[in-house]
Design a protein around this ligand. Structure first.
Ligand code: DNO
Ligand code: MN
Length: 391
């Protein structure tokens, strides 16, 4: 499989020359500096592509093309933003880029409560602690109606959590949740965040699904026409949060999405770390079922904790995800594509722990150098072993 690495562009403290040494050959990136909704021009795309190729790498996947909140909320300007997105896809195709990852999570992209959770080994992981999150929701944000989403025990634990927070701890928690993790299109203050949440009043899962369907019916034909394969990233965590609906969390959700706009251009980013947080997602079965529609793979594992709504990011080959089983399905799929002249199947280590020098150098949360290098090396080893063993 094509080994890739997420790079946040020239501002990423991890440079292309570093990535070249990891064994990855493909770059996963976006024009992160382009404001949400603006068309990505052929000039800007080719310039970024040139920088990547000059380093001996290729621009393998776009992650992500931003989907404007107006599209998710069906606001009057949605057709304008959709037209911009269609034009960006045409321009990407002109530059020879043919896989585009995106997500349809309202307001927040992926969400964590702790960016440096100490592991017994001394490494640091990203963590989502349900009590910390509930403390944010109930005691800091004070979202109207939030109590209905929690049991009395959860509310008591959240209150105790909030009472124990220092002012710095409180600020850190707020920033971690709403300031925007890497790749997020927006960051918020508490005030702008409340306003954004309010703008989703009345939008339930059915409405969000309807709006996603509208988007797909507009985008997928254009992608198909220009030879781009769209790959939706699942929700992380894969469940509604803060009263916001999420509709790409389960096998049934992914099936709905594929059926909503049947086309070779409509496919999935198989993110094992996101889907894998739910015990009812059987990842090996999903990899097998969706294999031909998996256009991009994010491989990492998570570990559910005593409270199964809490989790932290595990070793790539540890935790709750059967990574060997998933890779075996992906290798089988790649074999089929090789036999039929089908498209490539890029994968990337999705996040890594902060290990060794990672703890002393700057990097984007989740996107460390050594932690991801370790993940990549392990995943590559499994792939080679599986390839040999299945003959
Ligand atoms: C989480 C990460 C995210 C993801 C974006 C995709 O699993 O992979 O940064 O890239 O949500 O749009
Ligand atoms: Mn992912």
């Amino acid at each position: 499989m094509e080994l890739t690495w997420r790079w946040f562009g020239p501002a990423d403290p991890i440079q292309l020359t570093d990535i070249r040494q990891t064994g990855a050959t493909g770059i996963v990136t976006a024009l992160h500096e382009a404001p949400n909704g603006e068309v990505w021009t052929v000039e800007a795309i080719s310039e970024r592509k040139r920088i990547i190729e000059e380093a001996g790498l290729t621009w393998s996947v776009v992650e992500s093309i931003p989907i404007h909140e107006d599209i998710k909320r069906a606001q009057p300007l949605r057709d304008t933003w959709i037209a911009a997105c269609q034009q960006s896809l045409r321009n990407l195709a002109t530059c020879g880029i043919d896989i585009v990852c995106y997500n349809f999570m309202p307001v927040l992209d992926w969400t964590r409560t702790d960016l440096a959770y100490p592991l017994p080994s001394g490494g640091w992981a990203l963590r989502f602690d349900q009590d910390a999150f509930a403390a944010f929701d109930l005691c800091i944000l004070r979202r109207v109606g939030a109590e209905a989403d929690y049991t009395p025990e959860e509310i008591a634990r959240a209150q105790a959590y909030a009472d124990a927070l220092t002012p710095e701890g409180r600020d850190r928690l707020v920033d971690t949740i709403i300031a925007g993790l890497p790749g997020s299109e927006e960051g918020y203050t508490l005030e702008s965040f409340r306003a954004m949440l309010d703008s989703y009043a009345g939008i339930d899962a059915d409405t969000l699904r309807e709006n996603l369907g509208y988007f797909l019916r507009a985008i997928i034909p254009v992608a198909e026409e220009v030879g781009i394969r769209m790959a939706i990233h699942p929700d992380d965590p894969p469940r509604p949060i803060l009263g916001l609906p999420r509709v790409v969390s389960t096998q049934a959700d992914a099936q709905w999405l594929l059926d909503a706009a049947p086309s070779v251009a409509n496919g999935l980013t198989f993110c094992t770390g996101s889907y894998g947080v739910r015990a009812d997602n059987d990842l090996v079965a999903m990899a097998r079922h969706f294999a031909p529609k998996i256009y991009f793979a994010h491989l990492r594992s998570t570990q559910r904790e005593a409270n199964p709504l809490s989790f932290h990011e595990a070793e790539h080959l540890g935790g709750d995800v059967d990574m060997v089983g998933v890779i075996a399905e992906l290798v089988r799929e790649e074999r089929r594509r090789e036999a039929e002249g089908g498209p490539r199947l890029p994968l990337r280590p999705d996040h890594g722990h902060q290990l060794l020098d990672d703890q002393r150098r700057r990097s984007n949360p989740g996107y460390s150098l050594i932690g991801r290098l370790k993940g990549l090396a392990e995943l590559r080893g499994i792939e080679l072993a599986v390839r040999r063993l299945i003959g």
